[in-house]
Ligand binder design. Sequence first.
Ligand code: ADP
Ligand code: MG
Length: 276
Amino acid sequence: MLDVRNLQKTYTGRNRTVEALRSLSFHIDANELVCLVGPSGCGKTTLLKCMAGLLAPTGGEVMLDGRPVSGPPPGMAVVFQEYGRSLFAWMNVRDNVALPLRRKKLGKAREKELVDHALEVVGLADAHHAYPWQLSGGMQQRVAIARAVAYEPKVLLMDEPFAAVDAQTRADLEDLIRRLWRELGVTVLFVTHDIDEAVYLGQRTIILSKSPTVVQEDLTIDLPDERDQLHTRSSARFGELRAHVYEQIQRAKHHSGDTEASVPSAAGAATATPHL
Ligand code: ADP
Ligand code: MG
């Protein structure tokens, strides 16, 4: 469904060139929930923008359903970290959620149905007429998620969406994402710098090296499908996977496309379950 092939991105400025992505390749199947972690500044946002067709890569390509992405593809929604900037302060919750639906020209009744449903599933059924600035950070991020849900995307890209909310809200929102993923049959790529979140949420975790960035490891998260904050997080397997990802992130701080040649085995590997 989603194919990232030798994706490269170098930012060229007047005084400075930054090679953000050296060469990234990975594949995401339909209905997968994949997490992506990597050191700060390694190019996670750059990657997501390229995948969403918001930024042109310097090399390589992103394929969605066999077609190259060259602009924002229909059927893809993105939730960014800075919900404060993605919601319009002068529009109430309803109008914020309905906004991207306008270009679908669905008719008033269908639009209302989608907005009602989206606000219901994120637990904001009674906040339709509130303005973003009247809501807590967690609630604002729920509005941003509702907007993505109402759009009925086939692919949902999320860029550290919970980085700015408190721990309890974050746990609730993580469970919300898992529930939406299962109920809506959507394909999700979830970027996070939080190791626990990367293990708890997904079926796979892609670990990126530091810049110039390559895929350091593509790890299968072999936890049971039924997850909950209490039992999953206290299981032995969760602890093992967490420790493994932690070690890999530490390694990622030294590993990059420049050291690739000297790093054996796991570097750039295809899906692997580590022997822990
Ligand atoms: P991450 O999301 O993993 O923290 P980013 O994708 O934001 O990383 O940034 C990757 C690298 O690219 C960083 O070194 C950053 O400074 C640089 N970068 C990001 N956006 C731009 C830009 N518009 N112009 C120049 N350099 C950029
Ligand atoms: Mg980022």
